[in-house]
Design a protein around this ligand. Structure first.
Ligand code: AMP
Length: 447
């Protein structure tokens, strides 16, 4: 499936692809085409820029027959109006030679005009959850003819709090349908949604690359607990030349806020996560971009929109639970061939996660000695230090703070085995079935 010709798509679609100038399918397109066309439930983990929109549009359009029926058979749900517009544009570009009726709906616009457009008849409807649900409630939009449901940017969708709207919409859909999900990062929310309503989905994970980029140097520190991690951070960040533009990843909004409070470089630090107002987020990013703030604390999901040059260092304050998120994180530094640096903090409970990352990259992250000048705190957080918010919390992800003796133990013998879990085991727990590594890194060695 290395060529669009292998897809055996109808010539109207093929011609449109040629005219768009696409030479060959991207890895996610190669991986998803037959599965989606075959009608299976599908989960694609791929970032924007991988060609994921066309990855689901192509098999859907291939399968779509000319219809003059009034109600849509394909529903695409996305978190933002910008995305609705982009997707409808991509459909238009793919269908100049096909008679397909597609409509985008989103809030903040006149619902009457949208109702009118729906009454004219539709094949594909693309929308944000709230507006879509409002339209379904009016009965103008009938969802009982939907055969394929796509949810794009699932992680953002759930992070924006659309879970209830999604559930409400699901109730209007026929039970027998194909579900297609795309998300850039894995989170527990996404996992739960997948577990909750998909039937044995085929999962494909496309990371930017399974191997680390050569221009990004990687290192790590074993650190026992939250406050010692913060002490080390305060120590390292004193060197303003070396750490000239630093993106710090944390796993939750709580950790982001807590860290913001205890970092010493107050005026130089910004923080973004999804509970902050859009205005605040834009300002934080702008300040980081133009250099007013040197340090930006961010969560995985919300950092998506950040495309900033010259980030000197990416620091993973928490080891990400999903190894592919680490690859996304470190890809923020070392852009455009510049040198980049990645530093990973891990505690005892995060060792297995670090190993999963190393297994994914086939690379062992070098280990730094803990600087003697930095105080090792014995203070544990009042609550169990868990990288996930309490309402996201479940046992499989729990990582507690551990005592101060940990870093000494690790520094003495970094190879010491402490509650090691194999990557296979983590995957097995995650996906509830054995997954071979070869299944996972789809684009590795494909360049
Ligand atoms: P997406 O990841 O869906 O946001 O797509 C990112 C961009 O890649 C869009 O502008 C697409 O038009 C473009 N694109 C999608 N598939 C291909 C392909 N096979 N070859 C070249 N560009 C593509």
């Amino acid at each position: 499936m290395n060529d669009f010709k292998d897809f055996k798509i109808k010539k109207q679609l093929y011609n449109a692809i040629v005219e768009l100038g696409f030479e060959k399918p991207t890895p996610i397109q190669q991986e998803s085409y037959s599965t989606i066309l075959g009608g299976f439930d599908f989960v694609g983990i791929a970032q924007t820029g991988t060609g994921k929109t066309i990855a689901y549009l192509l098999p859907i359009l291939q399968d779509l027959k000319f219809s003059d029926k009034p109600h849509p058979t394909v529903l695409v749900l996305v978190p933002t109006r910008e995305l609705v517009i982009q997707i409808v544009e991509q459909i238009d570009k793919l269908t100049p030679y096909l008679d397909i009726r597609a409509l985008g709906v989103y809030g903040g616009t006149n619902i009457k005009t949208q109702k009118q457009a729906i009454l004219e008849g539709l094949d594909i409807i693309v929308g944000t959850p709230r507006r879509l649900y409002d339209l379904a409630l009016t009965n103008v939009l009938r969802l009982n003819s939907i055969k394929k449901l796509v949810i794009d940017e699932v992680d953002i969708m759930l992070d924006f709090g659309f879970k209830t709207q999604l559930k409400n919409i699901f109730e209007h859909l026929p039970r027998k349908r194909q579900n297609i999900l795309f998300s850039a990062t894995m989170t527990t929310y996404v996992d739960d949604l997948i577990d909750g309503f998909l039937v044995n989905p085929v999962k494909k994970i496309i990371t930017p690359s399974g191997t680390p980029l050569e221009n990004i140097s990687q290192e790590s520190y074993a650190i026992p607990n939250f406050y010692t991690k913060a002490n080390l951070l305060n120590y390292l960040l004193q060197d303003k030349e070396e750490y000239s533009k630093v993106l710090i990843f944390v796993a939750t909004k709580n950790t982001a806020d807590r860290l913001f409070e205890i970092l010493k470089f107050e005026s130089e630090v910004s923080v973004i996560h999804s509970s902050k107002e859009q205005n605040h987020r834009s300002k934080s990013i702008e300040k980081f971009e133009n250099g007013t703030s040197r340090i930006l604390i961010a969560t995985d999901v919300i950092s998506r929109g950040i495309d900033i040059d010259k980030i000197s260092t990416v620091i993973s304050f928490d080891t990400p639970f999903y190894p592919e998120n680490y690859i996304h994180r470190i890809g923020r530094t070392g852009r455009a061939g510049q040198k980049g640096r990645s530093i990973l903090f891990f505690n005892e409970k995060e060792i297995a996660l670090k190993e999963a990352i190393e297994s994914l990259m086939n690379y062992t992250i070098p280990f730094n000695d803990f600087p003697e000048e930095v105080e090792v705190s014995n203070q544990l957080l009042p609550e169990k230090y868990n990288p996930f918010d309490p309402d996201e919390l479940n046992d499989k992800n729990s990582r507690g703070d551990v005592g101060a003796s940990f870093h000494k133990k690790s520094a003495k013998n970094s190879k010491e085995k402490v509650e090691r879990k194999s990557y296979k085991k983590i995957l097995k727990e995650r996906y509830k079935k054995p997954i071979k590594r070869g299944d996972k890194i789809q684009n590795k060695n494909k360049k």
